[in-house]
Design a protein around this ligand. Sequence first.
Ligand code: WT7
Length: 644
Amino acid sequence: MTADLFPVPDEWATQARIDAAGYDRLYAAAKDGPDAFWLEQAKRLDWIEAPQKAGDWSFDEADFHIEWFADGTLNAAANCLDRHLIERGDQVAIIWEPDVPTEEPRRFTYRELHAEVCRFANVLKANGATKGDRVTIYMPMIPEAAFAVLACARIGAVHSVVFGGFSADALAGRVQDCDSRIVVTADEGRRGGKRVALKACVDEAAAQAPSLERVIVVRATGGDVAMGERDVWYHEAAAQVSTDCPPEPMNAEDPLFILYTSGSTGKPKGVLHSTGGYLLWASLTHEWCFDYRPGDVWWCAADIGWVTGHTYILYGPLANGATTLMYEGLPNWPDASRIWQVVDRHRVTGLFTAPTALRALMKEGDAPVTATDRSSLRILGSVGEPINPEAWRWYHEVVGEGRCPIIDTWWQTETGGALIAPLPGATALKPGSATRPLPGIFPQLMDEKGEVLEGATSGNLCITGSWPGQMRTVWGDHDRFFQTYFTTYPGKYFTGDGCRRDEDDYYWITGRVDDVINVSGHRMGTAEVESALVLHAKVAEAAVVGMPHEVKGQGIYAYVTLNGGVAASEELAAELKHWVRREIGPIATPDAIQFAPALPKTRSGKIMRRILRKIAEGDTGALGDTSTLADPAVVDDLVANRVG
Ligand code: WT7
């Protein structure tokens, strides 16, 4: 197995912020004296009132609570802006790279960003936003999206960013769930040369979201949009306000943001993050994992609609005073060289992207990569799904020319930032493994019976204690928070992931063990796609499972039972795909639809997903025990008519 081990290169071991001994020291300190350790770490933030208390938590039902730095006061936006003004006010904070490569990038120094955020904050205030209000942000990847996020943080409003690729229905549900009165949007978004009608989607959503009173519209493309009574042009409102806006003092436990994510059941959950703990985790992990140092140009190629964008485009890098790149477009548009051209144009030192993007680019061969320079790169990150060793090696050898450590970060929307990941100066790498837990993170593998598994083994991944970046609740449903994460294995946080631990104590995430699938690094609840399908008038029942997909990691495979008298056809399959796309968004579009006269159910009426998964995977030889099915013949029909 030694061939699969990439030791820490000498120059990294000697120059990185943290070497192997440093990691061991941090890990031991966090374990042996957590209060002192975390209070010391917390000093990296700028507190209005420094905390005297670190973590105070219990995962037990009787005393369930999670708090960090609860007597501390700070403002997240001031940490990302104001405190940098003296030392690096003229340093570039955000580089914005436009969709169209012939257009000019935009750059904002910390001083300029500070002014823009204050201006945006005053526009929010002028429209009635106050501390604790929820503001929904439905934006393309333009600088104003960052201004809006930080403006909320500045005035203590809770932002809920909804990915610009979600449908009007999905947006309406999220606006309504957290009672947002204000939505911030743009006329249109641009991606890969195409336009996305964001404002029109907000109008459609408004019809189903009575809480919505005000829509602040940024003019991004200049495209035609209808402006109604509740709509305000941002540029008009901005001309009326000053750039003076003092940051609101927030308790460390005050909410910073909500981010909706799919679960195994029902509608998306509003994952709520706190101000102090989250910001500390974002800042600390950005420095630990990516060996951040002044002068770096950091590019996290995610969308701010996902937690990766929150933590590693905005909060982490800006809290650390970094230069962070925000890219409007797609990695492979206008051609497969674009991502590397952007790296060269801005002399990017660290790139953080998803395996799905790497697999798509790999298919185009090495030439689009080798045609570019990339000599500025020193670190490469991966996130969102397991990275297959083949993509890992390509990233390492072709993209990084063997020079850059690959930092495979395992985490979740719920965890706020990375939990299991290598430190470039400390951890030998193994392609496909997220390697070792970060300091303060204590993973455990559990079996189905609730027993702790020791040594080299596979099981369900739990985290035994809290860490500052842990989510605090599900918005509006604290009981759901407890039920979802703390009841499967009482006293522990259950991640929903399966995992293998090898003989070197390295962790290998094997994927979700619940009814959540991972499509191109995006989390999708199969139940959500099923609900969308059964809303269609011709559909009686639907069951959705994941299937292996060469580029996306997992694709969406839907079994559909039609209402009596409705005939199956190619056209209907296409119509249903389009339907789901409209109901949820393009990322939820099924890759395959199989019409089935019936679904395999137990005698008590439970759909046997295990069988559906196997058929979708094409693994029809080993369907296992089907004797408990109400009608075993159903399976033969499914196997015979498999799509793909
Ligand atoms: C799920 C969380 C992490 C932020 C973006 C996705 C999977 C994430 C990895 C990785 C293997 C990974 C897990 C996790 N996942 N990163 N490096 N290796 N699997 O956040 O949408 O909340 O999804 O993504 O299954 O539970 P998310």
